[in-house]
Design a binder for this molecule. Structure first.
Ligand code: HEM
Length: 140
């Protein structure tokens, strides 16, 4: 069995789980703002999504990605990986910002509108497009 391909498969599976949360958590924020009567339940759903799915998935995406680099260190010379990891840093920043908004909503300190979270929800789509194209096409 090709271990490299096995770790790459685990890397992609982890990334899919991470993105499931990156796409869904801002949607929960929209409902949280627009349906305050459901806030107690949404607060629990947001916590479980963030801690039990998104965080472990983000960590395993990074661990399997780093294992791939350790197995083929020459990859570090590749321009596409430099560009990809720069976008991954943006993605980690986006993830951290969602954690900030989650805590703001939990403690009743949120100042953002439902419309803001709907628009903010588009950012991971753009990052996903760019990162996957860089990782698969390797244009430079
Ligand atoms: C967290 C840090 C990450 C590191 C260190 C990393 C590193 C890597 C490495 C070294 C490869 C192997 C390239 C190859 O053998 O062709 C790879 C493949 C891949 N990565 Fe990542 N990656 C990371 C995050 C991500 C994220 C966030 C995504 C998705 C948005 C992603 C999507 C992919 C895909 C789709 C492949 C398969 C490419 C192919 O088989 O052609 N990676 N990654």
């Amino acid at each position: 069995m090709d271990l490299y391909l096995l770790f790459k498969a685990l890397h992609i599976i982890s990334m899919v789980a991470w993105f499931a949360g990156l796409f869904y958590l801002p949607r929960l924020f929209v409902y949280h703002v627009e349906h305050p009567e459901a806030a107690p339940v949404l607060t629990i759903m947001e916590y479980k999504l963030a801690r039990y799915i998104m965080l472990p998935a983000a960590i395993s995406t990074a661990i399997f990605g780093l294992i791939l680099i350790l197995m083929v260190p020459e990859l570090l010379q590749m321009g596409w990986l430099h560009a990809k990891l720069t976008l991954v840093l943006l993605l980690i920043g986006y993830h951290a910002s969602l954690e900030h908004f989650r805590l703001q909503l939990k403690h009743g300190h949120n100042t953002k509108s439902g419309r803001f979270f709907r628009m903010y929800n588009e950012a991971p789509t753009l990052l996903l497009l760019a990162i996957v194209i860089l990782a698969v096409v390797k244009p430079f």
